[in-house]
Design a protein around this ligand. Structure first.
Ligand code: GSH
Length: 263
């Protein structure tokens, strides 16, 4: 491939756009609670939405996770975002663990129900998202052969159908009228179905009038989701490397190509 053709390739963005950029600016001042993230990253967006929905005060720090800056490595030796720092001498990582941490602070709107059985139910369906939905999102996006795309599209459809059946029937969110833990676990990929999988893989729009359609609409219209979402172009550009399955795109892409669990 000529240098020219290469230079036309899109890559990940390094700065949020649209409403998310306003949110970044609003949270640029030094604060003891710091979120290290990247504008395109769905795992970061989970924690970011949680902070917004809880109306917590925090500082957002944009980092390039492929360059592994020192400040990120100090918190997460695996070099993955999101990472949270709270105070001078404490940091942690892993999006689901960070969502639980914010919940344990008992500040702002709770995202898990109070009843132990209901909490277990929410954790069970969060596990389903990580285990049975996300790997097929990436599998479908990275697959270059039609038969592999068909296989992952079917598995992704099955994973979504199961969680829709497990959701509160009146909704519109998973556990009823308000956004909560399971919605936020899934929301970043729900918005990327539209912005990435529809254009790159012809993923279908939700069927009008379905429970899935009302859930997607509620997610799209939620203030915390909107506040952390950039303009469509940012996602199209940032995911081109996944859609073309370029070598060494990321640890997630490598894991999917090697048939391993997500990092
Ligand atoms: N299991 C991790 C996954 C985080 C993750 O894969 N983040 C990506 C960005 S979306 C990253 O940091 N990639 C850096 C790399 O691939 O080296 C979580 O839930 O936080």
């Amino acid at each position: 491939m000529s240098d020219n053709a290469n230079s036309e390739k899109k890559t990940y963005h390094k700065k949020a756009t649209g409403i998310a950029l306003n949110t970044v600016k609003k949270h640029s001042k030094d604060h003891e609670l710091k979120l290290y993230g990247s504008c395109f990253c769905p795992f970061v967006q989970r924690v970011w939405i949680s902070l917004e929905v809880k109306s917590l005060n925090y500082q957002y720090i944009e980092v390039d996770p492929y360059k592994k800056p020192e400040q990120l490595m100090r918190i997460n030796p695996r070099g993955l975002i999101p990472a949270l720092q709270h105070g001078n001498d404490w940091g942690c990582y892993e999006s689901s663990v960070l969502m639980e941490y914010l919940e344990d602070l008992n500040q702002g709107a709770p995202l898990l129900p109070t009843n132990a059985k209901d909490r277990a139910y929410c954790r069970l369906w969060s596990d389903h998202i990580n285990r049975n939905i996300l790997p097929h999102f990436y599998g479908l996006l990275q697959a270059q052969e039609i038969d592999q795309q068909v296989k992952h599209a079917q598995q992704l459809t099955d994973g979504i159908q199961k969680i829709v059946e497990a959701a509160d029937q009146s909704g519109p969110f998973f556990f009823g009228p308000h956004i909560s833990f399971v919605d936020i676990q899934f929301a970043p990929w729900i918005i990327r179905l539209k912005r990435v999988l529809i254009p790159y893989r012809g993923w279908p729009e939700p069927e009008a009038g379905s429970r899935w359609a009302s859930w997607v609409k509620a997610i799209e219209e939620n203030e915390g989701v909107k506040a952390t979402t950039s303009t469509d172009e940012l996602y199209m550009d940032s995911y081109e490397r996944y859609a073309e399955n370029r070598p060494d795109t990321s640890q997630v892409a490598n894991a999917v190509n090697e048939g391993r669990g997500l990092p």
